[in-house]
Design a protein around this ligand. Structure first.
Ligand code: LFR
Length: 466
């Protein structure tokens, strides 16, 4: 197998990037082409994503990628989940809302009044998150005007190709897929007042969505297909977790920490529902049985507040080094407390949870944040193990959090399990692997794809310190 090249677009809640991925026999690597900031923007009617700018960054990044690597054969797009754009006659009706916008609370009340949460869970298998798309649709006055609703990666694929589809892994985060059949639950959509006509045809990762529109092929410099990948970033990340045994848990850690196991069959039980464990669809029909824990969001929002206060940038590695050196009792708070969800003055809100236990130095405060995240991670791993009836022998940490040594060690200590950290770019690697497989440049099974990750990426091991 000769080495082939693809372009991976990977959009996170705080930054996006375009990368060149190279894949072949014993080869799997990434070259960063462009990185651009992303985040909530406050508009008159609430929090949005600056989607036009984001899309422009994507096209510019793809143009640069093809300039650098003319042999690129395809494009794959992944992003955070749940958010969407509404279209009519191919035109976007409004800038997409950000999932941290407060309007979905009304959607929650109205949806649950029509379909109680217990029934919802039995149908869609999703943990309760107030921003799951079905609540957002319910709170969005514009769904009645739309003919199509597309989640962010599908929306970008549509703008690039003119073809409107719903990629399966991300579609599972809407709450409108049936957990057993993985098909749209039209009856549920009708009951909560979502027009079923806006739900596009479902496609699996690996499907060619379409070719670049001629004007874009000209601008980008090449006629290329857009291939559906695990377009939910967490689904792509899980593809690239080099799971070493059936007892491996994973944490995909960026803004969020997604903590869980890969299952072949759903576990839709009362206990899983009460523990807030979700069944998001994985690539190849696997289930991502996991729980959302607030991840590095707590730290990045705190740092952002301190930087505003000081008027200068904070050196994060320096802060974390100082946090590691803090001795004595570390006060913990609930990392998933709903009061920490919106953007804004994070240190003040965390201090409100810690009360008179609030540390008075920033390193000690940062240490509390990291240890609280690690405690929630350890707790979720233990719960996943109990719910799935599986003994866990190690925890893989992938994503940006895998570089945070304090967090990895604290997770190992608190879970009393070894942590294997890396790869940091698991999401983009998963994107590349699924494109590579569709092109015939990578092996067929997830296990073989993960073996390629393990053979090409070194992991850092953290032993629990008892
Ligand atoms: C991670 C992620 C999570 C999802 C959250 C909101 O980037 O995609 O999986 O719950 O963002 O979309």
């Amino acid at each position: 197998m000769s080495t082939r090249a693809v372009a991976a677009v990977d959009l996170g809640a705080t930054s996006g990037r375009v990368m060149i991925g190279r894949i072949g026999e014993g080869v799997l690597d990434l070259e960063l082409v462009s990185r651009f900031p992303n985040g909530p923007v406050e508009r008159e009617d609430g929090l949005h994503w600056a989607f036009e700018a984001l899309y422009e960054h994507v096209v510019a990044g793809l143009t640069e990628a093809v300039r650098r690597e003319p042999s690129i054969e395809s494009i794959g797009i992944d992003s955070w989940a749940v958010d969407y754009g509404l279209l009519r006659d191919g035109e976007l009706l409004a800038e997409p809302f950000h999932y941290r916008d407060g309007r979905s609370e009304r959607g929650v009340t109205e949806v649950h009044a029509r379909v109680p949460f217990d029934e919802l869970y039995s149908r869609n298998g999703l943990q309760f998150l107030p921003f799951n798309t079905l609540y957002q649709y319910r709170a969005d006055g514009r769904t009645a005007d739309a003919d199509t609703a597309l989640l962010i990666p599908d929306l970008i694929a549509f703008l690039l190709t003119g073809v409107a589809v719903a990629e399966h892994t991300n579609a599972s985060t809407t709450g409108l897929l049936n957990v057993e059949t993985s098909a749209w639950d039209f009856e549920l959509a009708e009951r909560i007042g979502v027009p079923t006509g806006i739900l596009p045809p479902l496609v699996d990762p690996g499907t060619v969505i379409g070719a670049l529109r001629p004007d874009l092929a000209e601008r980008i410099g090449k006629e290329l297909p857009v291939i559906a990948v695990g377009s939910h970033d967490t689904a792509s990340a899980v593809v690239a977790v080099p799971l070493s045994s059936a007892g491996s848990a994973y944490i995909s850690c960026g803004t969020w920490g997604l903590v869980g196991l890969e299952l072949r069959e759903p576990q839709v039980t009362d206990a899983a529902r009460d523990a807030d464990f979700t069944h998001e669809l994985g690539v190849d029909g696997r289930y991502r049985f996991l729980h959302n824990v607030s991840g590095l969001w707590l730290l990045s929002e705190s740092v952002r507040a301190w930087e505003t206060e000081d008027g200068t940038a904070i050196d994060l590695p320096e802060l974390l080094a100082a946090a590691s050196a803090v001795a004595g009792d570390i006060p913990l708070f609930d990392a998933n407390d709903p009061s920490l969800s919106a953007p804004g003055d994070m240190p003040r809100r965390i201090a409100a949870l810690l009360g008179d236990r609030t540390p008075d130095s920033r390193p000690a405060f940062a240490r509390s944040i990291v240890e609280s995240i690690a405690a929630a991670f350890a707790d979720a791993v233990q719960t996943a193990s109990a719910l799935a009836g599986r003994d866990i022998d190690c925890i893989h940490v992938v994503g940006g959090g895998s570089l945070n040594r304090l967090l990895c060690q604290a997770t190992a200590d608190r879970a009393d399990l070894p942590v294997l950290a890396g790869p940091v770019e698991a999401t983009a690697l998963g994107n590349v692997l699924v494109q590579g497989r569709a092109l015939g440049a990578a092996p067929a099974t997830l296990e073989e794809l993960r073996a390629l990750v393990a053979a090409t990426h070194e992991l850092v091991r953290y032993e629990p310190r008892g």
